[in-house]
Ligand binder design. Structure first.
Ligand code: AKG
Length: 358
């Protein structure tokens, strides 16, 4: 048992079914921990092969018992994760670890084999006949994104028309009064409320959206990337409305996506996004760091999912920043565990459809 300045700490290692579980249990003095209860850190590392970069630091802490200030900081960062764990958000805590994502894929695949689960949607005509599924999957594995996918113009038109005649709600005020896109002026609803975003409540009521969500090629990419037949949440369809808000105002209005962050969209996940309007860096283009989905530092993994631009550039290299611009219909399939953000739209609105497979 090692003594730390703030309390004491004990480690347990359990080996089972090819996984080594390293449990680090920290007990704080009641004066340091507001509720006077023990904090628990649970990490999972693979037993086979070399120690991965991901687990190295954890094992060093566990085996070395080095309670330096740096290690304390690292463990203190875990607090935000612990509060999610206490609130039952297990996926958010564990879905960020590659080893968990791989293990989850194996379990889902095994489940499908045992219970003979197969894709419900087959024989449907695809909107993306020219896509090479294998190549798309490989590109996502390597770069965290596949860019070569585009919606047919007729589908784009249908979604666009639907979004212009459907009531919207502001994401930061989902229960507030609805409004229409044509009523918004520089990010303000007709009643003067600031509305940096306008979301559609039931995107699946649009036939073109349903066709995209159920597209066999899109699903094949998600299935092959994840390794099992994925589930989807209700698709997210929303306007990012051009406005003059400062970044600070946007954050207050819950437009947090303007800051670099990574998503934990389940125990494994991949997203497909499509621009419904021409989009560039002045109209809300999505920005991401190539290859940042599985090369995060321990601080990034155990700390908050949001990171400063400086930290992200330092870790992944500014040359790997990708600003995804393109005409209406442009799509990208992304492992959203990469660092990404939305450019604040200044000159024109962005309309985007996002489908989350998990
Ligand atoms: O709107 C965007 O481009 C970013 C969206 C995003 O950050 C997210 O879905 O997590």
């Amino acid at each position: 048992m090692a003594m730390c300045r703030s309390g004491w700490e004990r480690w347990f290692t359990v080996q089972a079914i090819g996984l080594r579980l390293v449990f680090s249990v920290r007990l704080y003095h009641p004066g340091r921990n507001s509720v006077g209860l023990p904090d628990f850190l649970v990490t999972i590392s693979p037993l086979w092969g070399e120690r991965t970069k991901l687990t190295e630091g954890v094992i060093r802490i566990a085996e070395g018992g080095d309670c330096t200030h740096k290690n304390q900081d690292r463990l203190m960062n875990v607090k935000s994760i612990l509060s999610r764990l206490r609130s039952g958000d297990v996926q958010y805590v564990f879905g960020r670890f590659r080893v968990v994502r791989i293990a989850y894929s194996h379990i889902r695949r095994l489940w499908e084999t045992v219970f003979r689960v197969s894709a419900e949607i087959s024989g449907r005509k695809t909107l993306f006949p020219d896509i090479d599924v294998g190549q798309a999957v490989e590109t996502i594995r390597e770069d965290a994104v596949f860019l070569g996918i585009c919606l047919p113009a007729t589908v784009v038109r249908e979604v666009d028309t639907f979004c212009r005649c459907t009531p919207l709600f502001a994401r930061h005020d989902p229960d507030g009064p609805t409004f229409f896109h044509h009523d918004v002026i520089r990010g303000h609803a007709p009643d003067g409320r600031p509305t940096p975003t306008g979301s559609i409540r039931d995107a699946m009521s649009c036939g073109a959206v349903r066709a995209i969500v159920e597209d066999p090629v899109l699903r094949a990419i998600a299935r092959n990337y994840l390794g099992y037949e994925p589930d989807t949440d209700a698709p997210i369809l929303y306007w990012s409305l051009a406005s003059d808000f400062t970044d600070e105002e946007r954050r207050r209005l819950e437009q947090h996506a303007i800051d670099f962050h990574y998503d934990v969209g389940g125990l494994n996940f991949v997203y497909a996004s499509f621009y419904i309007l021409d989009t560039d860096r002045y109209s809300g283009a999505h920005v991401m760091m190539r290859r940042s989905h599985d090369r995060k530092s321990l601080r990034m993994l155990f700390g908050p999912a949001v990171a400063s631009e400086a930290l992200v550039y330092q870790r992944f290299g500014r040359e790997n920043e990708l600003v995804i611009e393109g005409p209406a219909g442009t799509g990208f399939i992304q492992d959203a565990a990469c660092y990404h953000r939305a450019s604040p739209p200044i000159h024109a609105d962005r309309l985007m459809l996002q489908i989350r497979f998990h």
